[in-house]
Design a protein around this ligand. Structure first.
Ligand SMILES: Cc1cc2nc3c(=O)[nH]c(=O)nc-3n(C[C@H](O)[C@H](O)[C@H](O)COP(=O)(O)OP(=O)(O)OC[C@H]3O[C@@H](n4cnc5c(N)ncnc54)[C@H](O)[C@@H]3O)c2cc1C
Ligand code: FES
Length: 265
């Protein structure tokens, strides 16, 4: 894990409220593993000491990129920054996904909204191509689907308003696919907590392994403050683990969904 002051290369609107930020981070970029995140200090913010966590979306040479949605004061301030402006990056942070190896289970990716950002490097580095189920409320919430297709993945989109792909939740086509064949498949998911909970239930019902990226609210990002804890089953009980260090990616079977600590939908 390194801290680096990095210049913005580009910061353009992708769709609607979503932006793509590219920064030159020659020390951090080569270290990134799929599912890891960067903790970003945004200098124009008054409370700039508080960093914001974002999945590392893509890595190319000495640059890395982030796909983010402007949802509040930090991301709004970030969206107004321009090429040449400086950010402070802490990263790569966290424990990411297990990259599929040759001869292993076929990966099925499940992404809701900006969850695609956490899954792109996994798709790129996976020894096997599988199916990427991508969902959102509307067409504008489906991000980077062309880029997954360009990697050779079978992309199945769904939107709640039916404006792109199948109408409904992203878990519907996933269920249909698992009913067709569940053996030899492994799920990898990132998105809103209710979606992750549904994916965990589906994985349980089909006895399929699953890894979930749990995007908890974070403060320090490095294991010191305990803001981000998640209840994890250990033996017959459970204990809190830190999403920023032991996670954000956890084995779905280990998450104690009914214990206190999982954010309500
Ligand atoms: C490991 C990790 C990876 C993430 N990756 C991405 C990503 O790739 N792209 C992206 O757009 N966002 C990502 N997020 C969420 C992102 O960190 C928040 O959207 C951001 O911190 C909001 O900052 P803000 O100051 O704009 O919002 P605030 O003004 O602080 O809050 C505005 C709204 O955003 C919600 N919010 C704040 N933090 C989170 C969070 N951690 N998860 C969900 N909602 C939150 C608040 O509840 C509130 O409703 C990730 C979060 C984590 C923990
Ligand atoms: S954010 Fe501080 S311990 Fe995880």
């Amino acid at each position: 894990m390194l801290e680096q002051t990095v210049p913005i290369v580009s910061n353009d609107r992708d769709t609607d409220l979503y932006f793509r930020l590219v920064v030159r981070a020659p020390r951090i970029a080569p270290l990134v593993q799929p599912g890891q995140f960067a903790h970003v200090r945004i200098p124009p913010l008054k409370d700039a000491l508080l960093r914001r966590p974002f999945s590392i979306f893509q890595v190319a040479g000495d640059t890395l990129s982030i796909l983010y949605k402007a949802v509040g004061k930090g991301t709004d301030a970030l969206s107004q920054m321009r090429p040449g402006d400086l950010l402070s990056l802490l990263g790569p942070l966290g424990h990411g996904f297990t990259v599929p190896q040759p001869g292993g289970d076929t990966p099925l990716l499940v992404a809701g909204g900006y969850g695609m950002a956490a899954l792109y490097l996994l798709a790129q580095r996976s020894a096997q191509k599988g199916i990427a189920f991508v969902g959102g409320r509307r067409r504008v919430d489906i991000l980077a689907d062309n880029e997954f297709q360009a990697l050779g993945w079978d992309v199945r989109a769904s939107t709640e308003d039916g404006s792109h792909g199948e109408r409904g939740l992203v878990t519907q086509p996933l269920l249909a696919e698992l009913r067709r064949r569940a053996t030899g498949r492994k799920l990898f998911a990132c998105g809103p907590t209710p979606m992750l909970k549904a994916v965990a239930q589906i994985a349980h019902d089909f006895n399929a392994p699953a890894e979930l990226s749990m995007d908890q609210h974070m403060c320090c990002g490095v294991g010191a403050c305990l803001t981000c804890v998640i209840p994890i089953r250990i033996g017959g009980g459970w204990e809190y683990q830190r999403a920023c260090t032991e996670g954000p990616v956890f084995d779905a079977r280990h998450i104690a969904w009914d214990a206190p600590g999982i954010p309500a939908p």
